[in-house]
Write a protein that binds this ligand. Structure first.
Ligand code: ADP
Ligand code: MG
Length: 387
């Protein structure tokens, strides 16, 4: 989808840009403990400043559900944001006169009940803060809220620098990708990613299914999965996904060997078994080495990779092995220029970081829900509103 960028908004001299950003940073005792999301704000603030304008930032923090919850105020992040931006940053509540600063943080948008209701009146109050609207919060774009959707209809609007880069990277991975395209979908449950699987079988050439959800597919095909995590009630759903994949010409790759243990804990006694030789007391916690070898061969013939969900219970050694091996292979192929790789999801990003593979991926999305909805093939309301 085509959308405007900041450069399309023209000269912003003397103008104020209302910028929706993601300031949901982790904090402990009022101190920001990870400023990744603050760093992501800088390119847009710099671009607005370069065009002569100033930025008034809208963001939510936590889930105050439409009431004022003082512990969820955005005020404590102002200092850390000023450090990251290298500019003075003011703070205001809706209704205050805006402080005379190049950047102003507005109080938590979710202190207003109208935010999550996409209320046009609240959107109008937000819009009155400036002359143009920029959305730079991809992570919030799957919600039609006053500060992400309704406001975009009231002002000239554009995608911010960080969101624009994210949309461009995602488009290269699933919008108009180079084939063969491979998707890795793993994690705990099929039920949380049904729509993702259903969409991907229509889009990709290879679908690698790993993690706990692979057990459901193995079970559906008549394998015994013992004491493994498995959603037995999704048997028919799993078979339908496999049918659709076959019809669409998508090769589905399931584990042919697995790492099993009798206890769900790090360093539990474990063994490698063929996927059809799992005993009643066994829990499948990772894919086995034969599977990893076959999956590396799939990556080797792929031009594009989209990854969400770990291949095993990666938080517990040694059940991180398949995830780590596949992540490193993807990173190596990407660094060589042979693969375009995009990954997202809270646990997935943690797993790739654990593997030391994160920095070599083409693009890592830190958006959780928005990334999954994008993988489902949905047009996110916050993106659609910019069109
Ligand atoms: P993401 O946050 O990246 O979307 P998920 O939340 O869907 O990923 O899945 C991650 C979780 O899946 C991890 O906590 C991991 O331990 C769990 N998991 C992966 N494989 C298994 C397995 N075989 N058995 C139990 N849990 C698993
Ligand atoms: Mg998760």
């Amino acid at each position: 989808m085509a959308f405007k960028r900041i450069s399309d908004l023209g000269d912003l001299t003397g103008k104020t840009a209302v910028v929706r950003v993601d300031l949901n940073v982790p904090m402990a005792d009022g101190v920001v403990t990870d400023d990744t999301r603050l760093q992501a704000v800088k390119p847009t603030v710099d671009a607005v400043a370069a065009a002569g304008g100033r930025s008034v930032l809208l963001a939510h923090y936590g889930r105050p559900k439409g009431t004022v919850v003082p512990e969820m105020s955005l005020k404590p992040i102002v200092g850390a944001l000023a450090d990251v931006l290298g500019r003075s940053v003011g703070f205001a509540e809706l209704g205050d006169e805006l402080p005379d600063a190049p950047v102003v943080v507005m109080e938590n948008t979710r202190f207003f009940a109208g935010e999550e209701k996409n209320d046009p009146e609240l959107a109008a109050r937000f819009a009155a803060l400036g002359d143009v609207y920029i959305n730079d919060a991809f992570s919030a774009a799957h919600r039609a809220h006053a500060s992400t959707e309704a406001i975009a209809r009231l002002l000239p609007c554009a995608a911010g620098e960080t969101m624009g880069a994210e949309l461009a990277a995602l488009d290269k991975a699933l919008g108009a990708p180079q084939h063969p395209v491979t998707a890795v979908v793993g994690g705990a449950k099929v039920s949380s990613k049904l729509a993702v699987l259903e969409h991907l079988v229509e889009q990709v050439d290879h679908l690698i299914i790993g993690g706990g959800m692979a057990n459901t597919f193995l079970f559906a095909q008549g394998y015994r999965v013992g004491a493994s995590l498995c959603e037995k009630d999704l048997k028919d759903t799993a078979l339908k996904i496999l049918d659709n994949a076959a019809e669409a010409g998508c090769s589905v790759h399931l584990p042919t060997d697995v790492v099993v243990a009798r206890e769900f804990k790090a360093h539990a006694d474990n063994s490698i078994k063929a996927a059809d030789a799992v005993a009643d007391a066994d829990m499948i916690l990772d894919a086995g080495p034969e599977t990893v070898k076959a999956l590396k061969a799939v990556l080797a013939v792929s031009k594009t990779l989209v990854w969400n969900g770990p291949m095993g219970a990666f938080e517990m050694e040694p059940f991180d092995a398949a995830t780590v091996a596949l992540a490193r292979e993807a990173a190596r192929l990407t660094a060589e220029g042979a693969l375009l790789s995009v990954a997202g999801g809270g646990d997935t990003v943690a797993a790739l970081a654990h593997a030391g593979a994160k920095d070599d991926f083409t693009h890592i999305s830190t958006a959780g829900g928005a990334f999954l909805e994008w993988m489902e093939g949905r047009l996110l309301p916050g993106v659609a509103a910019l069109g």
